[in-house]
Write a protein that binds this ligand. Structure first.
Ligand code: PRP
Ligand code: GLN
Ligand code: MG
Length: 496
């Protein structure tokens, strides 16, 4: 570490903490001559789901090839030389935002192992809630772990299965998992996609030039001109292979049938607004959240101002419902990233202004309603309310198009510990004071379900994974509640 690196690191860490962290993206294609290049494009379209690192693994009929890098897809995979190092007509790729295991090169996915059945690569979106417990058992039995991610346990479980067929080994392995997963995996003969029994994380099937594709979101299919076929179902494994020159897709359902409970946060914040998740346009749903929010907590005002990016569709819905004009009163700088100029103390003091700045002409002298999709630690809201006042807003009202986040996520979203969640520590009035707004209101849980097309949330049969707002975790939480509370830190220092 160079002298002076620490303050810069902590500056970016602070900036990074002003947000909800993403999760991960997976992509896979089988039997296409440009498999690696298409995977790079797909990962590019899915960059919003994870920005720490990316990787692509291909298979050329005799060997696997892997390229894994820390950083953004565009910076690492837009170069022809990198793509040329990834020959083969089958590929899987991954964008990572870590939830278990640090941001170091050996944790970058897809992970790869040489098994008795041949090479095997896997990419994972989600988080296992018994990953550390399984890992502890495996290590006790002699497993040599090469990474510190939860995902690696799947490789070991497949390797240790006593079944003969590769698919049976994979099923054996995933039956032991608890938590959330959307997997893409590649063996010498097959491309595999799998979703956990509740379908917490998304995964879709598409087709390009007659070849199958798997992707976290439909926006990746649109980017490469592929056709959307269907969502992979909860608890479903799809196996894509080639027989007599034709691609075949088998579907397996190894779990007892269960109702799906996809994560509602995909709709609120994670997924790209142009994606269709579970048959619903994310953009439409976000706008409806804005309509519901306006119905529940109307306020007299002159202008509706979205907090970009993800607050925009809800603010539009709020404006349409309330009849109050919508204006871009905050501009977001899209070039804020880790490669930005090395900040000095002075720049550090400017804080969030690097990311958002007030558009004074639209807010000065006005009663402003700020609309954002969610509030986590409250960092963004505090700074933006102050920014509106500095720009001359007469009143600042804050509206959130989701309910208060009172519980941490363990399924692939890197929300902070409970005691850092503002709504877990404060009541509404305390939060209003903290944020500094004249009024503050959140969308109700029933309002959220109405935006999803339901009458209300049925507590006996909730249709979505919504623990962040309700504390209702739909799976066991072995690692979090078990007696041993295992923690896995990297014992090997790595520069990354
Ligand atoms: O309460 P906080 O801890 O500040 O976190 C909440 C903020 O984080 C997210 O935005 P983010 O900046 O991640 O991304 P966006 O540009 O897509 O809205 C979310 O949309 C809120 O604006
Ligand atoms: N956010 C995610 O989906 C992360 C996947 C996996 N748990 C990891 O940490 O690598
Ligand atoms: Mg935001």
């Amino acid at each position: 570490m160079t002298a002076g690196a620490e303050p810069i690191d902590s500056f970016w860490r602070e900036l990074e903490e002003d947000r909800l962290h993403e999760e991960c993206a997976v992509f896979g294609i089988f039997g296409h001559p440009d498999a690696a290049a298409i995977t790079a494009l797909g990962l590019h379209a899915l960059q919003h789901r994870g920005q720490e690192a990316s990787g692509i693994v291909t298979y050329d009929g005799s060997r696997f090839h892997a390229e894994k890098r820390l950083g953004l897809v565009g910076d690492n995979f837009s170069n022809a030389e990198v793509i040329e190092r990834l020959p083969g007509s089958a590929a899987i790729g991954h964008n990572r935002y870590s939830t278990t295991g640090e941001t170091i090169l050996r944790n970058v996915q897809p992970l790869f192992a040489e098994l008795e059945t041949g090479g095997f690569a896997i990419g994972h979106n989600g988080n296992l809630t018994n990953g550390l417990t399984l890992r502890k058992q495996l290590v006790r039995e002699g497993a040599l772990c090469q990474s510190t991610t939860d995902t690696e346990v799947v490789l070991h479980l497949v390797a240790r299965s006593q079944r003969n067929r590769f698919l049976d080994r994979f099923i054996d392995a995933i039956r032991q998992l608890e938590g959330a997963y959307a997997f893409v995996a590649l063996s010498t003969k097959k491309l595999i996609g799998a979703r956990d029994p509740l379908g917490i994380r998304p995964l879709v099937l598409g087709q390009l030039d007659g070849r199958y594709i798997l992707a976290s979101e439909t926006c990746a299919l649109d980017t490469i001109g592929a056709k959307y076929i269907r969502d992979i179902e909860n608890g479903e494994i799809v196996v894509i292979s080639e027989e007599a020159g034709k691609q075949v897709l088998e579907s397996h359902k190894p779990f007892p049938p269960q109702r799906a409970r996809p994560c509602i946060f995909e709709y609120i914040y994670f997924a790209r607004p142009d994606s269709v998740v579970g048959g619903k346009s994310v953009y439409d749903v976000r706008k409806r959240m804005g309509h519901e929010l306006a119905r529940e907590s109307m306020v007299e005002a002159d202008v509706i101002v979205p907090i970009p990016d993800s607050g925009v569709p809800a603010a539009l819905g709020f404006s349409q419902e309330s009849g109050i004009p919508f204006e871009l009163g905050i501009i977001r700088n899209h070039y804020v990233g880790r490669t930005f100029i090395q900040p000095t103390q002075r720049i550090r003091e400017l804080g969030v202004r690097l990311k958002h700045s007030a558009n004074r002409s639209q807010v000065e002298g006005k009663r402003v309603v700020l609309v954002d999709d969610s509030l986590v630690r409250g960092t963004t809201s505090v700074k933006i309310v102050q920014m509106m006042r500095d720009a001359g807003a007469k009143e600042v009202h804050f509206r959130l198009a989701s309910p208060p986040i009172t519980h941490s996520d363990f399924y692939g979203i890197d929300t902070p510990e409970r005691d850092k969640l503002l709504a877990a520590r404060m009541d509404l009035e305390q939060m209003r004071k903290f944020v500094g707004a004249d009024t503050l209101a959140f969308l109700s849980v029933d309002g959220l379900y109405r935006a999803m097309g339901e009458d209300a949330r049925d507590p006996a049969r909730p249709l979505y994974t919504d623990h962040c707002f309700t504390g209702d975790y739909p799976t066991g939480l072995t690692d979090m509640t078990g007696e041993s509370h295992p923690k896995q830190l990297s014992l090997l220092a790595e520069a990354g």
